[in-house]
Ligand binder design. Sequence first.
Ligand SMILES: [Cu+2]
Length: 149
Amino acid sequence: MKVLYIDKKWFLFLSVIYICLLVGGWFMTRPEAVETTGPSTGAKKFEINMVTGEFTSTGDDGKEIEAYRWDPGTIYVPKNEPIKLSIYGVNSKEHPFYIEGTNIKGTVKKGKETVLNLRIKKEGVYRLICTAHHNIKNNGPMVAYIEVH
Ligand SMILES: [Cu+2]
């Protein structure tokens, strides 16, 4: 009959290897061990920040001219993804608006944040139009372009 004989030194050595494997295995399999680099797997909302701004100037005749605008004036958003569009009112008291081709409308007020949760299913260019300043005569055109790809 064969007897497997392990002397004391070997026993210590194997014990250390065994403990290292156990600890290593625990580190590799514990649920908190999440990669910190690489693409995020969590579904994060595409967020865009916009403000209302104003251009002013004095013409040669001494008359002051002005135009209100959305800033940025063009935004690019992914198609059929949840989008958070935050618009902060800075210039002018309020801007009632709608997004052409959708049923989205609202009002941006000075000092207030207006949040629109959007999901646009069709590709294209959608105009965000302020109805108070929609053309040059009434200090516009205050139009932003939402490009959906
Ligand atoms: Cu406006």
